[in-house]
Design a protein around this ligand. Structure first.
Ligand code: X8Z
Ligand code: ZN
Length: 357
């Protein structure tokens, strides 16, 4: 708890700035009556049920309209990408770093599309079935940019699983939960315009400008910075429930208190204890820890910086892609292969030179 508080206090100013900017944009769209000054913003206006990531309202947030041409979804559709090809595209990135090809069993046993004949839980996840290389993902992949990034994310879990397969069973795991979530997201940070153009998903030789750059950074902020308070508060609520500090008759009230306090958002209609809003978040009834994502959204930037340095990249980090870089791949693979056999601080230090998130 103390560690997440420490990290939150460092990143909060970034969130506050983004929240302020987003409020201004939402005010221009909906008016100050619906989005008043100095009050929490109605949560549903962020284009996501939990207001956890704001990329769905990117068109509203875009600082300079019409200067970027980043329609990866259109390009995927135009080129007839299906679920398998999107997964192969992710595999190729990892292979370019020296990771192995995915085993045949992965392709035979994974679920990459929504079956037509039965109800399934479509929430994207990665599974290490036996600790001996039977790894699978379950995702109902649609041809969109968002799903492309998610497949790369899920394969991060899979390649971590495959990397520590030779460790004793008890050491097969992420150095800490946040590491597991950060592997694929670190790769996501390398899916720059340069990378996307090199694999044919963006027009080559696109003119870059200061305005286009700010737009892209706003897009990244709408996913990564916007997420931080939500990433923190889910387990804060859960820990309160488990410790008894939040009694059953306050489950929903405590949830919204945290949403107001950390995210600065408000329910758009009155809520009561007859509602159970935390239950609408997959990870709550699914019993999936959530602090892992908060930690990952800090760590992945440290990994990205360290790997870019390992790759000998000297330009601005937002332009760095480690795609195809042998040395970055070697350093990354080395850390992943250790699994949880060493304290996470040692793993972090080995890759980044620091023991602190
Ligand atoms: O649940 C996920 C992954 C599966 S491990 C898609 N994420 C969190 C969420 O969507 O709530 C990734 C970011 C945060
Ligand atoms: Zn994940």
């Amino acid at each position: 708890e103390a560690e997440t508080d420490r990290l939150w206090s460092q990143v909060k100013p970034l969130y506050d700035g983004l929240h302020c900017y987003a409020r201004g944009k939402l005010q221009s769209e909906y008016g100050k009556e619906l989005v008043p000054d100095g009050k929490p913003v109605p949560a549903h206006l962020f284009g996501n049920m939990w207001a956890q990531q704001w990329n769905n309202i990117y068109d509203l947030l875009e600082p300079y309209s019409g200067v970027s041409n980043l329609d990866v979804t259109a390009e995927l559709k135009k080129q007839g990408y299906d679920a398998k090809r999107m997964t192969e595209s992710a595999e190729l990135f990892y292979v370019s770093l020296g990771f192995p090809e995915l085993p045949d069993s992965f392709w035979e046993r994974s679920m990459l599309t929504r079956p037509r004949d039965r109800e399934v839980d479509c929430y994207a996840s990665a599974w290490n079935i036996d600790g001996k290389g039977d790894v699978r993902i379950k995702q109902c992949i649609q041809t969109t940019e968002e799903d492309l990034y998610t497949v790369y994310h899920e394969l991060g879990h899979i390649y971590y699983n495959l990397s520590y397969v030779d460790q004793p069973y008890l050491f097969q795991g992420g150095a800490h939960d946040g590491f597991h979530e950060a592997i694929g997201d670190t790769i996501n940070l390398s899916m720059t315009e340069g990378y996307l153009a090199s694999v044919g998903l963006l027009p080559k030789g696109m003119k870059s400008s200061r305005e286009a750059l700010i737009n892209r950074q706003m897009k990244v902020a709408s996913e990564k910075i916007a997420f931080l308070p939500f990433g923190k508060l889910v387990d804060q609520w859960r820990w309160g429930v488990f410790s008894g500090a939040i009694p059953p008759e306050k489950y929903n009230e405590a949830w919204w208190e945290l949403r107001r306090k950390y995210q600065g958002v408000e329910a758009q209609i009155a809520r009561s204890e007859a509602d159970f809003d935390p239950g609408a978040k997959y990870h709550v009834p699914g019993n999936t820890p959530y602090t892992r994502y908060f930690l990952s959204f800090v760590l992945q930037f440290q990994f990205h910086r360290a790997l870019c340095e390992a790759a000998g990249f000297t330009g601005p980090l937002h332009e760095c892609s480690i795609y195809g870089n042998e040395e970055a791949g070697r350093r990354f693979r080395e850390m992943l292969a250790q699994g949880v056999s060493q304290p996470w601080q040692d793993a972090l230090e080995k890759l980044t030179g620091t023991r602190q998130m």
